[in-house]
Design a protein around this ligand. Structure first.
Ligand SMILES: C[S@@+](CC[C@H](N)C(=O)[O-])C[C@H]1O[C@@H](n2cnc3c(N)ncnc32)[C@H](O)[C@@H]1O
Length: 265
């Protein structure tokens, strides 16, 4: 599929064209042509630092052209479980991990959540969230969860989080089990947790991210109770092929023991 699209977002005008590809590229190899003013260059989708620097580019590629609907699906699943439990979304204090430019935070706000903190490993994500969705997060840290500076750790430790969200950010060399564990353990027990992950990363034999084993063990050992799970089309690939993910809404029951970590790395 070859597609061209242009967008005027704030005062930046750009256009995006997908290359013609004969076969489905791995998700972390997909790229597009970006034309910005007189300049035309290749941008790999997973080079988020480049993508976030152009206002509207992330939304254009992933949400408009590739039909991503993961923030909506994951937040809807969470909202459904909150309603079943009679828990008011306004009482959530959420740590949104791999928050990017705030698409998930925006959805959570729409659900009624008012207390939200974002964290992402790249500074361009924080800058984009502050630029594009300045009212979503009360705080946003651009840091690596596996190597936090002591003040950030202190701030996260003291914040009474009762919900973790992480959307389109597990696996693919993005958030590893160690970073997920660090974030998970900032959430109170009992608490809430909602995330998604590529379907193949949840099937044994196909998972080199460690998440398949980690999530199964969390469930088996009473660390996490899966309340709802849904297989859905996360987005399409640039050749139009569907990419399926699993969305999960769960209850956090207790912390992940740090001693488990070597098993998942
Ligand atoms: C596909 S984007 C998803 C952004 C947002 N959650 C959404 O759904 O629109 C993945 C995000 O995960 C972030 N990320 C990757 N590795 C990370 C890590 N180790 N810790 C925190 N964020 C990470 C990336 O920088 C990127 O912003």
């Amino acid at each position: 599929m070859s597609k061209s699209n242009s967008l005027e977002h704030t005062d930046v005008v750009f256009s995006v064209r997908f290359p013609n590809v004969d076969e489905t590229l791995d998700q972390d190899k997909e790229w597009c042509w970006l034309t910005l003013g007189d300049e035309r260059r290749r941008v790999r989708f997973h080079d988020y630092n480049e993508v976030y620097q152009v206002p509207g580019l992330y939304e254009k590629i992933f949400y408009e052209m590739l039909k991503c609907n993961s923030p909506e699906v994951v937040c809807r699943l969470l909202d459904g479980e909150l309603k079943k439990a009679g828990f008011d979304a306004r009482k959530l204090n959420v740590l949104d991990v791999g928050a990017g430019n705030g698409m998930v935070g925006e959805r959570l706000k729409f659900m009624g959540v008012s207390e939200l903190v974002g964290i992402d490993i790249i500074k361009e994500a924080k800058m984009a969230a502050e630029r594009d969705r300045p009212d979503v997060y009360k705080d946003y840290f651009a840091e690596d969860l596996t190597d936090l500076n002591p003040e950030t750790h202190q701030a996260l430790e003291t914040e009474p989080f009762n919900c973790l969200t992480t959307v389109a950010a597990l696996g693919f060399g993005d958030i590893p089990p160690r970073a997920f564990t660090q974030a998970y353990n900032y959430i109170a027990s009992p608490g809430w947790c909602a995330f998604n992950i590529k379907e193949s990363f949840l099937s044994e034999g196909n998972d080199d991210t460690g998440f398949c084993k980690l999530i199964r063990k969390m469930s088996r050992e009473g660390v996490l109770e899966i309340l709802a799970q849904e297989r859905y089309q996360h987005r399409i690939a640039i050749d139009g092929a569907p990419l399926h993910y699993i969305a999960i809404a769960a209850k956090k029951l207790k912390d992940i023991p740090k001693e488990w970590l070597p098993e998942f790395e």
